[in-house]
Design a protein around this ligand. Structure first.
Ligand code: PLP
Length: 403
């Protein structure tokens, strides 16, 4: 099956479902999962798809069918995963900064939880003693990832229990005899270097002997994918080899399962946001192209300064010119400044690539505009998996009062 949807396929989706529209290529998701499975081969490696990248139920169901497990970052994601058919035993909840009641709820649903604070670990012990085995998320104090906004393992990060508090952690564990089954670290997103994971493993190896009930080590996600031609990406084959070698070489780690939580790697490249050109505005600084979208639909370029490849799929061989691609909302929502594109005309379809991860998922109804529809394509067959918002969706929960 094709790795990329063709322009013709994308144009067909736009015709059938309108724009703006998110399109996901399920064949690509399948391919990415098989790439991971192929690289890690061994039974001891478990893959948990980080659902927060894209939680559409049809996508979750598909990923379940592929055989993956799922990692959730809120109790609602846990409930969506259950709704998508994941058995509780295949759901992991890596909590962060949440109230203890959410941990209780997850445990009662039969879901395994990674706890990320001494505060909640203490509560767990006081409430349940050693009834529920859990994992703990550690902060290894490693700087990793594309930039500070998406780096989570460094020494000023809010995520996880700082490793230097190990003594306090062990005190709580001992006091209540809590069975720690999993040690978790997730250092950031857009990690291109396997060495970051090896560094993380080394931090963990020092700690492992303190946890007699340990069954797994969870190295999180953050595998970098290509956003543009020639981008360095993570080599999962090399990563697998390095990680497995490290574990095999280490006496106390030999029997442990190894878990990963890829989000972006699974769905980023599978996703496209198709927009339509509203107008072209010539100015002395640049030529603006306004599309029927904005950071209300795809916020990564503005929020993370992320580069998203754009193409004009309805005039691919037009003469190339530089355009600044912007949205139609009342904020500066620049997708790209002075980007070379084949000549852009009113009504042309501009496609944003790598829109599968943190695309729809971070969309809002800012400016009271509708969130886009979502469509999935599998083996050439396109199906609607979420309708475009309607005015009803904007007012549904409002209570109108006269004052
Ligand atoms: C966000 C997140 C992931 C996934 O990160 P990607 O960069 O999308 O792979 C995995 N684990 C945890 C705990 C996360 O918060």
């Amino acid at each position: 099956m094709s790795e990329q949807l063709t322009n013709e396929e994308l144009i067909q989706v736009a015709r059938e479902f309108g724009t703006p529209v998110y399109v996901y290529n399920a064949d690509k998701i399948e391919q990415q999962y098989h790439k991971l499975r192929g690289a890690f081969g061994s039974e001891r490696v478990k893959i948990f798809y980080a659902a927060k990248a894209l939680t559409n139920l049809s996508v979750l169901r598909f990923i379940k069918k592929l055989g993956a497990n799922v990692d959730c970052s809120s109790i609602n994601e846990v409930k969506l995963a259950l709704q998508a058919g994941f058995e509780p035993s295949r759901i992991l909840y890596t909590s962060n900064g949440i109230h203890f009641t959410e941990i209780e709820e997850a445990l009662q649903l039969g879901v395994f939880v990674n706890i990320d604070s001494l505060f909640n670990l203490q509560k767990l012990g006081a409430q349940y003693g050693n009834k529920y085995p859990v994992g703990v998320r550690l902060r290894p104090n490693i700087m990793a990832g594309g930039n500070l906004k998406i780096s989570t393992g460094h020494d000023k990060s809010k995520f996880g229990i700082p490793v230097e508090q190990l003594d306090q952690l062990l005190e709580i564990v001992k006091k209540y005899n809590i069975r720690i089954r999993n040690l978790h670290i997730h250092t950031g997103s857009d990690i291109k270097d396997a060495a970051v994971f090896v560094k993380g493993i080394e931090v963990l190896f020092d700690i492992i002997p303190h946890f007699p009930y340990l069954q797994s080590v969870d190295l999180g996600g953050g595998f970098k994918v290509a956003y543009k031609e020639g981008d360095p990406v993570i080599d999962v084959e090399a990563l697998a080899q390095k990680v497995l070698t490290e574990f095999d070489a280490h006496e106390t780690a030999r029997r442990l399962e190894i878990w990963f939580e890829p989000g972006k790697f699974m769905v980023s490249e599978a996703g496209y946001l198709i927009t339509s050109v509203n107008l072209i505005k010539e100015t002395s600084a640049t030529t603006f192209v306004s599309v029927n979208s904005g950071f209300n639909h795809l916020i990564r370029p503005m929020f993370y300064d992320a580069y998203h490849r754009i193409s004009n799929i309805t005039n691919p061989s037009g003469p190339v010119k530089a355009y600044s691609v912007v949205g139609n909302i009342c904020e500066t929502d620049t997708f790209a400044w002075e980007r070379p594109l084949p000549e852009v005309r009113e009504g042309d379809l501009l496609v944003f690539y790598n829109a599968g991860a943190y695309g729809y998922e971070m969309a809002s109804t800012f400016n009271s505009r509708f969130r886009p529809a979502e469509v999935i394509v599998y083996k050439g067959n396109a199906q609607l998996i979420r309708k475009r918002d309607t005015l009803d969706d904007l007012t549904r929960n409002q209570v109108v009062v006269d004052l």
